[in-house]
Design a protein around this ligand. Structure first.
Ligand code: ATP
Ligand code: MG
Length: 192
């Protein structure tokens, strides 16, 4: 199995590059942000809980998020047989440790972590533009500041966590989408 964690700050291009990865490698894509937004749209109980965190730029609590992920993995065993692109998960060390355990229980592991690196000013510009174009309610100036703080404090320590395991591959996340993807491909092919 080829299990790719696509890692980076909000607005770093995880979703965009996940689409390219799906097309090239035929893997199953799990975007935790998409799962949560879908629940909000359908008005589920989970959606109600998620909305209050997302609109403040906070993370959904780890235990809930880990349950959601395990559930997605279990309900899509067939599609996930070749491997999974994890987009937006893990976002904390606790989530990374849970992921390790979940994959181990399923007889597999993380193959590589693709870290999209983008300067903060560009992240802010991209997110504000996306908010204007899509109406995504957490893509506004006020929330973005919180999301970047949360990223710095809770998520960025994962870089060292995966570096120590020899799994982290840094990718320059600025420039043309196709050029960034060419770098990602090289990184993925190196572990395939
Ligand atoms: P990108 O622009 O790179 O695709 P993003 O950070 O803008 O990424 P999502 O990954 O879609 O957006 O996440 C949106 C929000 O959903 C987060 O700010 C957070 O509140 C919640 N969320 C998503 N994944 C997790 C997670 N693993 N743990 C906790 N909260 C999460
Ligand atoms: Mg996304």
């Amino acid at each position: 199995m080829l299990n790719i964690v696509i890692f980076g700050a909000p607005g770093s291009g995880k979703g965009t590059q996940s689409d390219n990865l799906i097309k090239t490698y035929g893997l199953f894509h799990i975007s935790t942000g998409d799962v949560l937004r879908d629940n909000i749209k359908r008005g589920t109980e989970l959606g109600g809980i998620a909305k209050s965190y997302i609109d403040q730029g906070q993370l959904i609590p780890d235990d809930l998020m880990i349950d959601i992920l395990a559930n997605v993995l279990d309900t899509h065993k067939e599609e996930a047989a070749k491997g999974v692109i994890f987009d937006g998960f893990p976002r904390t060390i606790a989530q990374a440790e849970a992921l390790e355990q979940m994959l181990q229980e399923r007889g597999t592991s993380v193959s590589t972590v693709i870290g999209l690196e983008v300067p903060e000013q560009e992240l802010i510009e991209r997110i504000i533009l996306r908010g204007q174009q899509t109406g995504r309610t957490d893509d506004n100036m006020e929330t973005v500041k919180n999301r970047l703080d949360v990223y710095r404090n809770q998520t960025s320590p994962l870089q060292a966590f995966y570096q120590e395991k020899g799994l982290y591959q840094a990718i320059k996340g600025t420039g043309k989408v196709e050029e960034i993807f060419a770098d990602i491909r090289r990184a993925v092919d190196a572990v395939k």
